[in-house]
Design a protein. Structure first.
Length: 243
């Protein structure tokens, strides 16, 4: 019996990559509008390089962008970047197509639901609460709060324990073959790879760990139902043989 379904957050339930890219582009445009003496392509490329080096949760992207471009520090330009970045994030944050329907259907059918996500707890909760996704979930597991990241087995084991589900009674859904699918499969969970966004053709060396792959999130519901049906059909057989 499948008892619990676990979801990754970024680019599985929430459109993170598209939003971040739009926010960064708008930030650079607004910085230029307010005096950054560099063309868009140069500044954008430099910003992307900087994010790659320092990580997306680094707090001083726009200050460092000026340093890298040899532009003297100007609080007005930095503020222009910060404002455009946040305005874009607030205005365009949205869930992945079909996400709410999948969660609602699974919830109605009695499955326990949880999120297992990597990242900064405040930023992850901000996305969950702004989109009012919290009402669907029995629990939320965020790596930077728990002290262990996907794909380490410990984060999945902690989540399973707290949800009171065995690995074989659980399904993990995520867009990353490495952190979501490989991680969950190693502890014995069923896995559904959501082949979506920038990881749709990456980390393919881990593809054998995916039990299923979907390109549309809504298909998850039918797969979970199917896993339950399969088990229901298998059980009487086992009893007949035992007799
Ligand atoms: Mg993800």
């Amino acid at each position: 019996m499948i008892k619990a379904v676990f979801f990754d957050l970024d680019d599985t339930l929430v459109e993170t990559t598209k939003l971040a890219d739009m926010a960064r582009r708008n930030a650079v445009e607004n910085m230029i509008r307010h005096g950054l003496p560099v063309d868009f392509e140069t500044a954008y490329k430099e910003l992307m390089e900087l994010i790659k080096e320092y990580g997306s949760n680094f707090g001083k992207h726009f200050d460092y962008l000026l340093r890298r471009l040899d532009v003297p520090y100007d609080p007005k330009i930095v503020t222009a970047g910060v404002i455009a970045y946040h305005n874009t994030k607030f205005a365009y944050l949205k869930s992945v197509k079909g996400a709410r329907k999948v969660l609602l259907d699974l919830k109605k059918e009695g499955y326990k639901l949880a999120i297992i996500t990597d990242g900064d707890p405040l930023k992850q909760w901000e996305k969950i609460l702004r989109l009012e996704l919290d009402e669907f979930f029995d629990d939320v597991f965020i790596s930077d709060y728990l002290g262990v990241r996907k794909p380490h087995p410990k984060i999945f084991e902690k989540a399973l324990r707290r949800m009171g589900a065995r690995p074989e009674e659980s399904v993990m859904v995520g867009d990353r073959l490495y952190s979501d699918i490989y991680g969950a499969k190693r502890v014995g969970m069923h896995t559904i790879w959501f082949r979506y966004g920038k990881y749709a053709n990456r980390e393919l060396e881990y593809i054998d760990y995916a039990d299923f792959q979907v390109r549309v999130l809504e298909d998850v519901v039918e797969i979970v139902r199917g896993l339950n049906r399969e088990e229901a059909e298998e059980r009487p057989d086992t009893e007949v043989h035992a007799d």
